[in-house]
Design a protein around this ligand. Structure first.
Ligand SMILES: [Zn+2]
Length: 188
């Protein structure tokens, strides 16, 4: 599916379709702007405490009524580990700190979405729903979840969180061997 982009988001001139590096793309007729595509980055928190996973119940569409792990979308100018920490705190009042990246979901569609799941250490706070985005929150065991309307993707993530046989995943590189200002770095 191609979304038609009619005007340049850089200069406002008309866009046209022309072949760039062998692929037809929407490009500006006046400046060098090329619409490469539409992308979004989701961030999700997997906070485990005493074998139970932090879940929230969605109060809004999409997915209203489903239990999911807390999360949101990357912001333009915020490091993703800060975004995910903030989302957890805002949605359900739990303070948690990123340990590493443990899973990734790729979903190419009209807006190509990449979802990054973080393992996070519980640091404090009782799960309390914000009553805007979510209307219930808590730590739940697999047994608890059998009686709950857990979203399919969340089931997959819960399995990752509880059975991470692949090891700790990618960790934040606190002392990279070279200086890369502005970059968040994760490595195995
Ligand atoms: Zn332009």
């Amino acid at each position: 599916m191609t979304v038609e982009v009619n005007y340049c988001s850089s200069c406002g001139a008309k866009m046209e379709t022309r072949e760039i590096d062998g692929t037809p793309r929407r490009a500006c007729t006046e400046c060098s702007f090329v619409h490469w595509g539409s992308y979004s980055v989701g961030v999700g928190a997997l906070v485990v405490k005493e074998g139970k996973v932090l879940l929230v119940r969605r109060a809004q569409e999409p997915g209203k009524g489903y239990w999911t792990n807390p999360g949101g979308y990357a912001e333009q100018l915020e490091q993703i580990e800060e975004t995910v920490r903030r989302e957890v705190l805002e949605e359900c009042g739990v303070d948690a700190v990123v340990r590493g990246v443990v899973a990734l979901r790729d979903l190419p569609r009209a807006v190509h979405n990449v979802y990054i799941a973080f393992s996070m250490d519980y640091a404090g706070g009782e799960p309390t729903p914000d009553n805007v985005e979510v209307d219930a929150a808590g730590f739940y065991s697999l047994e608890d979840m059998q009686q709950m309307n857990v979203a399919p993707f969340t089931k997959w993530l819960v399995d990752v969180a509880l059975n991470a046989a692949g090891g700790p995943g990618l960790r934040i590189d606190q002392e990279p061997i070279v200086s890369l200002p502005g970059c968040g770095l994760f490595r195995g």
